[in-house]
Write a protein that binds this ligand. Structure first.
Ligand code: NAD
Length: 321
């Protein structure tokens, strides 16, 4: 039995309910995290003579993916790491992509490898993700890291759920005993998020497209994480008053004047007045993803020089797995 009940915590507390949610500022959190990473990259280099290196592989020329990949390279440089971009044509065969990954696996200057998804249809994403050496799998999507998360062993955690967990722990502290509902069950976000919350001692429910009454499951949650890609899915009657709501969803919608804007999976205007805390879109979870990718790359570099450096980093709070 946990020492703390949900009703005693900030997220479930009646005094928070109805007062209007406080915003969880992922942008500011991510900025601090990137700064801390830059400081640690410098110290790591001074101590070990190693500069962490991240290889990003993009196959094809999807404009949105190209923007993501270039941003990743820019942010990698900004924290003092080395960035290696591999932009391959759409027609690249699975065999030649696997050959490149093999070379990157063996390259001592590369500590993290990320293959931008989605891949063209003729390439099997599972085969490619699993070809990445587990210690360089900075997206944490390969079988080894997924299995480690499943069994509660140390490993590399997928960036977006890791970012959500960081925000939750910084807002709520100890999560033990809280009820958490995750809406969305993808390998990229929903499943690892649910496992992270379970490992933190939450009682976790997972909803997906076939869940009969996701609203009822959501209403039990002190922590509600939504990652479906269904714009505005979560309405006010889905949310327990005072709950902490993390909106992972991103949908780009057209606005007047031919412009576009990003919206989340939560109907912010309806939910913010009753939630205790809520992430905005944009400016919530989004900025955390790249900041966590950089964290994972530094972690992979630390692992490459031996576990001792990992332990010495004192990064117990954010990289406990
Ligand atoms: P996905 O399509 O792989 O999975 C969506 C999941 O939501 C599935 O499990 C599906 O069953 C469930 N779902 C769909 N409609 C539902 C409904 N009506 N009710 C309940 N469950 C439903 O998507 P994903 O890769 O997990 O991404 C989800 C969203 O998160 C997308 O909008 C994506 O753009 C966004 N995302 C954001 C970041 C970030 O950095 N902020 C990172 C990754 C994904």
């Amino acid at each position: 039995m946990s020492e703390k009940t949900a009703s005693e915590t900030a997220s479930g507390s009646p005094e928070n309910a109805g007062a209007g949610a406080s915003l969880i500022d992922g942008k500011a959190f991510a900025k601090n995290l990137r700064q801390r990473t830059a400081d640690e990259v410098r110290a790591f280099h001074e101590k070990h003579g190693v500069t962490p290196g991240l290889a990003v592989v993009l196959v094809g020329n999807d404009p949105a993916s190209e923007v993501y990949v270039r941003n990743k390279a820019l942010e990698t440089h900004r924290v003092g790491m080395r960035s290696f971009m591999h932009m391959l044509p759409e027609t690249t065969s699975e065999a030649s992509l696997l050959h490149l990954i093999e070379r990157l696996n063996e390259d001592p200057e590369i500590h993290g490898i990320l293959v931008q998804l989605p891949l063209p249809k003729h390439i099997d994403p599972f085969c490619v993700t699993n070809a990445i050496a587990p210690n360089k799998d900075v997206d944490g999507l390969g079988e080894v890291n997924a299995g480690r998360l499943m069994t509660g062993l140390p490993g590399i955690i997928p960036c977006t759920p890791l970012g959500c967990l960081m925000l939750l722990k910084s807002e709520l502290g100890d999560l033990r005993g809280l009820n958490a509902t995750v809406i969305g069950a993808s390998n990229l976000v929903g499943k690892p998020m649910a496992l992270l919350l379970l490992n933190e001692g939450c009682t976790v429910s997972i909803c997906h497209i076939d869940t009969v009454d996701p609203a009822a499951m959501s209403r039990t949650a002190d922590i509600l994480v939504v990652a479906t890609g269904k714009r505005g899915l979560v309405k006010k009657d889905w949310v327990k008053p005072g709950a902490t709501v993390i909106d992972v969803g991103i949908t780009r919608i057209p606005t007047e004047g031919g412009k576009t804007r990003l919206v989340g999976d939560v109907d912010f205007d309806e939910v913010a007045p009753i939630a205790g805390r809520i992430t905005p879109v944009p400016g919530g979870v989004g900025p955390m993803t790249i900041a966590c990718l950089l964290r994972n790359t530094l972690k992979a570099a630390r692992m490459s020089v031996g576990d001792k450096a990992c332990k010495e980093s004192g990064d117990k709070n954010w990289l406990p797995y």
